[in-house]
Design a protein around this ligand. Structure first.
Ligand code: PBG
Length: 324
């Protein structure tokens, strides 16, 4: 059936019919909200390049989590800013670390809110790399031990899920192994499976104070032109025990999200990263785009591509619009 018998515009004529044929529904259930926690009391410092996002002390963080929970967002992911950084990133796996304390405070106040932790070294190391350095090179196998310790300390503090973002080989297996041996076999792993070496992380590095002090992350994060390699990375992580696989960033990698969704049966997460967020905010501030509209279009496109979960700094604003 072709024009003039068939007219696609019939199903676009008004909002009611558009609602009926809409293929993708975005829900607050789909969001995971990233939070940055720092030492101190009464601290709430806005991140310049990420309006509406803050480095905050635990007291304010818990208040923010109450708001997140009230909006119907099921989960947060925590990033820590330690008191001091060192070569081995020791605060990452200390039971007295900032993230460990934050987990306890949130779970204490909001037991139903899912607390996910980012498992990585870069926020905690003086050099800003995601692992142990020897001869100027990030050591894979030596880093695994520290990541496993970090994941275990998060689980011990009460984290509901751990999310390794370092891109070392074998880290999902190392983390699964230690969690199972220590009685945390029910804690899921959401692996940053296909994480690209991306310019879109710029604002995050200001937020987490995690810019590498020399070199870059291209020897461990993926090369943006590759997609078959992403499938291989996902396959390996699933073999090693990942329960949820993530693609990061999201917007320039919608093809990767879509391929992974088709190839595998695990739930897929996508990280709508800091630079993607900041671009929308900056253009909206200049009056060049309608910020809310573009935000919803971006999030819907990530869901349409195949993401079941979206980690996004837009979570609170988007949930508020969806709840209206
Ligand atoms: C830590 C980590 C990064 C992000 C999440 N976890 C930064 C990086 O790899 O440089 C980026 C998140 C964002 O840009 O919003 N490895």
């Amino acid at each position: 059936m072709y024009f003039p018998q068939y007219r696609p515009r019939r199903l676009r004529a008004n909002e009611t019919i558009r609602r009926m044929v809409r293929e993708t529904a975005l829900l607050p259930d789909n969001f995971i909200y990233p939070l940055f926690v720092t030492h101190g009391k009464g601290m709430k410092k806005e991140i310049g390049s990420m309006p509406g996002n803050y480095q905050q002390s635990i007291d304010n963080l818990v208040k923010d989590c109450e708001e997140v929970h009230g909006l119907g967002i099921p989960a947060v992911i925590l990033f820590g800013i330690p008191e001091k950084k060192d070569e081995l990133g020791t605060e990452a796996y200390s039971d007295e670390g900032i993230v460990q304390h934050a987990i306890k405070a949130i779970k204490n106040r909001l037991p139903e809110l899912m607390v996910i932790t980012d498992v990585c070294m870069c926020e905690y190391t003086s050099h800003g790399h995601c692992g142990v350095i020897r001869n100027g090179v990030v050591q894979n196998d030596a880093t695994l031990e520290l990541l496993a310790k970090e994941a275990l300390s998060h689980a011990k503090a009460g984290a509901d899920m751990v999310a390794p973002s370092d891109m070392m080989d074998g880290r999902v297996a190392a983390i699964r192994d230690i969690l199972d041996n220590e009685g945390y076999e029910n804690i899921p792993i959401m692996s940053y499976a296909a994480k690209y070496a991306s310019g879109f992380y710029g604002p995050f590095r200001e937020a987490a104070e995690s810019t590498p002090q020399f070199g870059d992350r291209r020897s461990y994060q993926m090369d943006p032109p590759n997609s078959r390699e992403a499938l291989r990375e996902v396959e390996l992580d699933i073999e090693e025990g990942a329960d949820i696989v993530m693609v990061k960033p999201a917007l320039s990698y919608l093809d990767i999200i879509s391929q992974i969704k088709q190839e595998f049966t695990m739930p897929v997460a996508a990280y709508n990263v800091s630079g993607e967020f900041s671009m929308v905010k900056a253009a909206a501030k200049l009056g060049w785009i309608d910020g809310d509209r573009v935000m919803m279009e971006v999030l819907t496109s990530i869901k349409r591509a195949g993401a079941d979960m979206i980690l996004t700094y837009h979570a609170k604003e988007a949930a508020a619009l969806l709840n209206r």
